[in-house]
Design a protein around this ligand. Structure first.
Ligand SMILES: Cc1cc2nc3c(=O)[nH]c(=O)nc-3n(C[C@H](O)[C@H](O)[C@H](O)COP(=O)(O)O)c2cc1C
Length: 274
């Protein structure tokens, strides 16, 4: 079966699909001038959907993706540079959360958008484990503290560089610095042997963190949390992650308690033009 079909009534024979294809597996060689697949199409197709999304007339459909299934990009929804700049510059790590859980539908929507992040060869290697129960989040945060205690004991120099003693004494004093009282934690995990898992998961989590405020949510990377997941077997087990996986990031999620009013400055970019 052909891997794609072309509506000859709609096709303008412009070769745009072939031009956009990252794997060069669409050719404009047929007598009718419509695109045809190379012999090794199936082997090399990234399933990125460029061919379907770039066709100006909606003539191109993959067997698994029709142009009708792909929502149009609406120019009236495009944001201008000032809006984009404020959106990007105003993102904050949120560490104060309301005592109110987030609906599962909203968490799912967040993750659906996270999956639009770029990934090497469009592999989309991420898996998501959502700790939905706030009581469980607290219990897991306590396990991170247990791990920190063991590092302080066995590898004091590492504990020192990571500032674990202070985090632990804050915990003892009632200040929770692991999950910051967030009702939920989302862990991005993937096969540990996969080369690009780290980059891909981080990018997906960035998408998630950027979309969160649009849904009225706050998010913060849980660096201590996912490091502990990978170093403390009881925590890895409590999350029920597959044995061949590794956590590549974690995000605290909840309804923010505070509103931020200003955008602080960053270091200027350290650029070398060559
Ligand atoms: C990989 C990574 C790990 C992080 N881990 C934590 C963490 O464990 N706890 C925390 O409160 N913030 C954590 N952060 C958030 C950073 O502290 C925060 O991004 C930084 O201070 C800049 O602030 P902003 O995100 O509000 O711009 C982490 C961020 C990254 C990228």
């Amino acid at each position: 079966m052909a891997p794609f079909s072309v509506d000859v009534e709609k096709c303008k024979n412009d070769g745009i699909c072939a031009m956009a294809c990252p794997a060069h597996i669409i050719q404009m060689k047929s007598p009718a001038g419509v695109p045809v697949p190379t012999e090794d199409f199936e082997e090399h197709c990234l399933a990125c959907g460029h061919c379907v999304s770039v066709c100006p007339t909606g003539a191109f459909s993959l067997t698994w993706l029709s142009s009708e299934e792909c929502p149009s990009i609406l120019s009236e929804l495009a944001i201008n540079p000032d809006q984009a700049e404020q959106f990007l510059r105003s993102r904050r790590s949120i560490r104060n959360f309301q005592d109110k859980p987030v609906d599962r539908d909203i968490l799912t929507r967040l993750l659906e958008i996270a999956c639009y992040a770029p990934s090497a060869k469009n592999n989309q290697p991420w898996h998501w484990t959502v700790v939905e129960d706030p009581i469980k989040v607290k219990r897991l945060a306590g396990m991170v503290i247990d791990w920190m205690h063991s590092v302080i004991k066995k590898q004091p120099e590492i504990a020192e560089t990571q500032g674990f003693s202070r985090v632990v004494s804050d915990w003892d004093g009632g200040k929770e610095r692991i999950c910051r009282g967030a009702p939920h934690v989302i862990v991005a995990h993937a096969e540990k042997a996969y080369n690009f898992a780290s980059e891909d998961c981080a990018l997906a989590l960035s998408y998630l963190q950027l979309f969160a405020p649009i849904l009225g949510l706050g998010a913060c990377w849980g660096g201590y949390f996912y490091t502990a997941v990978n170093h403390y077997a009881p925590l890895f087990k409590a999350l029920n992650l597959p044995k061949n996986h590794r956590a590549f990031g974690a995000m605290m999620i909840g309804h923010p308690q505070l509103n931020y009013r200003r955008m602080p400055l960053r270091y200027p970019p350290r650029i070398t033009y060559i």
